[in-house]
Ligand binder design. Sequence first.
Ligand SMILES: Nc1ncnc2c1ncn2[C@@H]1O[C@H](COP(=O)(O)OP(=O)(O)OP(=O)(O)O)[C@@H](O)[C@H]1O
Ligand SMILES: O=C(O)C1=C[C@@H](O)[C@@H](O)[C@H](O)C1
Ligand SMILES: [Mg+2]
Length: 166
Amino acid sequence: MNICLIGMPSSGKSVLGKMLAKRRKMTFLDLDTLIQKNTGKLLREIIAEEGREGFLRLEEETGASLSVENTVIAPGGSICYGEKAMRHLQKISRVIFLDIPYEEMLKRIGDPVKRGVAIPEGFTLKDLYEERTALYRKYAEYTLEERGLSSGACVQKIMQYLDSAE
Ligand SMILES: Nc1ncnc2c1ncn2[C@@H]1O[C@H](COP(=O)(O)OP(=O)(O)OP(=O)(O)O)[C@@H](O)[C@H]1O
Ligand SMILES: O=C(O)C1=C[C@@H](O)[C@@H](O)[C@H](O)C1
Ligand SMILES: [Mg+2]
């Protein structure tokens, strides 16, 4: 089985995903990296050429056709807009939502534009946070409340959940 970590940019999908993969002897896969490998382009080049919508379609297709085993999958934060991808990820993996408070995200994230966050026209970061949080919750079988926890404690809680719900 695979594990898929979803959540806002800077919620810890990469950091916690790599720690989890090491602890459970699994492979770590970053979906952004896979998209770049498949297309031979950087994400910002894809977004510049195809726009936000084009990128989201590509991200959805990549997520929906993923075929891996024993892998911790870390998709980009915008994967929640791809219904087809999320349904597939639910089938092939245990989907876990890394929930961080809005204020914590602001502290960690730096400049969202530089980080490549796909913010629609007229949306604030707060709007985006609220819209996505509802979607992440909808697709996840477990929500990890990160508030106040160290990264080690986060991994411990995820491990406990996975072991208890096998
Ligand atoms: N409890 C915690 N859990 C996870 N990360 C934490 C925690 N506390 C602080 N951090 C820091 O928050 C950052 C999380 O960044 P990370 O790149 O893992 O997020 P991400 O979800 O992969 O973001 P992106 O969607 O941009 O790829 C790291 O710099 C990490 O050190
Ligand atoms: O949260 C987002 O909107 C994104 C996050 C990145 O990981 C990339 O997947 C892309 O730049 C979009
Ligand atoms: Mg990451």
